[in-house]
Design a protein around this ligand. Structure first.
Ligand SMILES: Nc1ncnc2c1ncn2[C@@H]1O[C@H](COP(=O)(O)OP(=O)(O)O)[C@@H](O)[C@H]1O
Ligand code: SF4
Ligand SMILES: [Mg+2]
Length: 335
């Protein structure tokens, strides 16, 4: 049984005429995405800004309503849960953001910010226990419990991220969506936060959906990685396989931009032409075709399905052959 299974999930946002006008079009932020997360594992999610990563992360937590598809949590369909049942389920899956300063109330002490999560789910029977739990949570993320009565602005960026993590941990979740949790931090602090997340995973068996820009970090932290382009998953595989043997030209371009990850330093950097197209009116056929160095006429009319091209490795491209050779790498990469 998977912890989470997402089937053909889509999220659309209305594009209105003026502020209060009628719906003029729909923006397809997430388009028929399948995703599975097992207990205690990390799945990485990468792709350029605006490709739908945050929307997918929020939709699986039911913070944004999906337009279509199913969200299965431990064999139970939670797609249409509402009211008390939804509130109870929320305890099991949490989210942490890029800069928790936006999600922390500046007038609330850190102790109260963490305590609020305990209160919502009635996890502390009395005042004494509440204080003890807050102190234990602060300690578990490396914060000094004597600072429980300080305010968020009195902490550094890294410490604020620790507060965000403590608040997520308060309800003992099985899954945390980490939405670019270290992108705003100094490199040295990033490593500390990543190590904290890895430690917490080891000791508590928490699963993460880890959204990030930094591909080296994603490889380090994730077991599997999904690559999104214009709301769709275009490639997925085990982290090492995906980052060292990418098959989709979009993934190859992303990876070629990170020299340290490129196993063949002689390989040329692939520079993608053109702008990212609008998800309001995505290109027909393969949505990547206006920027694709390999595009053929059929790419403009036929959308490639995401298919298993080798064991555990899926890609959505017409030109990847059965032996995994591609126009970018005519020799099969079946290693
Ligand atoms: N609340 C919203 N209303 C309308 N459009 C949105 C909203 N949130 C995100 N979008 C749009 O959905 C697309 C995906 O956004 P997002 O999920 O934030 O991407 P990412 O996290 O990969 O940068 C973008 O085109 C963005 O402008
Ligand atoms: S299907 Fe065509 S346009 Fe799309 S990635 Fe493959 S070669 Fe490029
Ligand atoms: Mg985002």
């Amino acid at each position: 049984m998977s912890l989470l299974e997402v089937r053909q999930l889509s999220v659309r946002f209305p594009v209105r005429r003026g502020l209060f006008g009628g719906v003029r079009a729909w923006l397809r932020a997430v388009d028929r995405v399948d995703l599975e997360i097992q207990t205690g594992e990390t799945v990485g999610l990468v792709g350029e800004s605006g490709c739908g990563k945050s929307t997918l992360g929020r939709a699986i937590l039911r913070l944004i309503e999906p337009a279509d598809g199913q969200i299965i949590w431990k064999d139970t369909d939670i797609t249409t849960l509402s009211g008390r049942e939804l509130r109870q389920w929320r305890r099991q899956a949490q989210i942490i953001f890029q800069d928790p300063i936006n999600s922390l109330d500046p007038r609330q002490t850190v102790g109260d910010a963490i305590g609020e999560a305990l209160d919502v789910h009635k996890l502390a029977p009395n005042r004494r226990e509440r204080q003890d739990r807050i102190a234990a949570l602060m300690e578990s993320v490396g914060l000094d419990p004597s600072r429980a009565s300080d305010y968020p602005h009195e902490f550094s960026g890294g410490q604020r991220q620790r507060i965000g993590i403590a608040r997520a941990l308060a309800v003992q979740p099985d899954l945390i969506v980490c939405d670019e949790p270290v992108s705003a931090l100094d490199v040295s602090i990033q490593a500390q936060i990543v190590n904290l997340l890895l430690d917490l995973q080891r000791t508590r068996g928490i699963a993460y959906l880890f959204i990030a820009h930094d591909l080296a970090l994603v490889e380090h932290i994730s077991r599997r990685v999904l690559v999104m382009y214009l709301g769709r998953v275009v490639e997925s595989a085990d982290a090492t396989e995906l980052l060292h043997h990418p098959l989709h030209p979009y993934t190859q371009a992303l990876i070629s931009a990170v020299p340290v990850l490129d196993p063949d330093s002689r390989r040329k950097r692939i520079i993608l032409g053109g702008e990212v197209p609008s998800p309001i009116n995505p290109p027909p056929g393969c949505a990547f075709h206006p920027r694709c160095p390999w595009a053929e006429p059929k790419c403009k009319s036929i959308a490639p399905a995401l298919r298993e091209v080798k064991q555990g490795h899926k890609a959505a491209c017409h030109l990847i052959t059965a032996d995994n050779s591609t126009p970018g790498n005519p020799t099969a990469t079946n290693t």
